[in-house]
Design a protein around this ligand. Structure first.
Ligand SMILES: [Fe+2]
Length: 323
């Protein structure tokens, strides 16, 4: 069943939280010293970017159980602290992070080229290029979802300033809109066009359509990328946004940016963030890199398919989109 309206406010929904609800004890998982030592030992023995993945999973067993509980039954936000990333070569960090991700799901493509681990850093690219994905710049990225069930970030090097990771419950955002503007809220469940960067060059559609919110009677899932919705207007055959949709889009972003609702986290080296994409919107603030020779802000990103969550986030591999 796909309901086209929000459930009554007295019904509790998974993934519904405010900033006050998401206290650190609900999402921070600190690795114990013996676990850190074991991960360091495994990383030191990694050769040619290959790590003992079984050993990594064994060392992280307890942290993985907690992470899965939070993803499946909690607020869907996890910050795992203390992964020993310092001094690791990128290839070893990638192998370690991938092994960690495989304990939670299956890594899936993040680009139409099938990239499984993405480097998040400022490449100096033009932030106004419509086909550019903003994670290649230091620009702010407003609240949005990504394209997989679970989104993972591993911090190798933080920014000099800015680059704060901010999370908000998309369940709460939708409910707030339902309370404030019941006239506009049904639009959340209507299809919206989103630009597909790089799609047309590959013979794929230039845009795809999808509701911002779906409700199956038990959980309210969301998929939202505001700048792709706006960019879709310039794709041939996509109708322009009408006034009501424009108003809803602005209200959605303003609601997500309500300081009562979001929570900030500043990444330290060795932090790993896992988010349940269907329930959590994320953004990052604009940032400034440290002056050379200090390393630039550098995060690794994984997208995981996690069938045990039974979420319906669309996939973005060329294979899937080409079907
Ligand atoms: Fe993102």
């Amino acid at each position: 069943m796909k309901a086209a309206s929000l459930p009554p406010s007295q019904v509790s929904l998974p993934g519904d939280f405010t900033g006050a609800d998401l206290t650190p004890d609900r999402y921070v998982v600190e690795l114990e010293a013996p676990v850190r030592r074991e991960l360091s030992r495994l990383a030191a023995h990694a050769t040619s970017g290959t790590i003992d993945a079984r050993g990594v999973r064994a060392a992280l067993e307890e942290a993985t159980v907690r992470t899965k509980c939070i993803l499946a039954g909690g607020y869907g936000v996890v910050l795992l602290r203390g992964v020993p990333t310092e001094g690791l070569e990128r290839e070893v960090a990638v192998a370690l992070f991938t092994a960690m991700g495989e304990a939670l799901g299956e890594p899936t493509a993040q680009t139409l080229d099938g990239e499984l681990v993405t480097d998040i850093r400022d490449t100096g690219a033009d932030r106004n290029d419509p086909d550019l994905r903003l994670y290649r710049t230091s620009a702010e990225q407003d609240f949005h979802t990504d394209g997989a069930d679970v989104i993972g970030l591993m911090c190798l090097h933080p920014a000099e300033s800015g680059g704060v990771s901010r999370v908000v419950s998309s369940v709460r955002v939708a409910r707030r809109i339902g309370e404030a503007r019941p006239d506009l809220a049904p639009l959340l469940f209507e299809p919206w066009f989103l630009h597909l960067p790089g799609g047309r060059e590959r013979g794929l559609p230039g845009a795809f359509s999808r509701p911002i919110a779906t409700f199956d009677g038990a959980k309210l899932e969301s998929f939202f990328i505001g700048w792709y919705i706006r960019r879709a207007e310039s794709v041939p055959d996509v109708p322009p946004l009408d006034d009501a949709r424009r108003e809803l889009l602005a209200l959605y972003e303003a609601t997500a940016n309500d300081p009562e609702l979001f929570v900030d986290m500043s990444f330290r080296p060795g932090d790993v963030q896992w988010l349940r994409n269907a329930f959590v919107l994320h953004k990052r603030t604009e940032y400034v890199d440290p002056a050379p020779p200090a390393p630039r802000r550098h995060l690794l990103r994984l997208w995981l398919s996690a069938p045990y969550l039974a979420d319906t986030t669309p996939r973005f591999s060329a294979q899937e989109l080409g079907r």
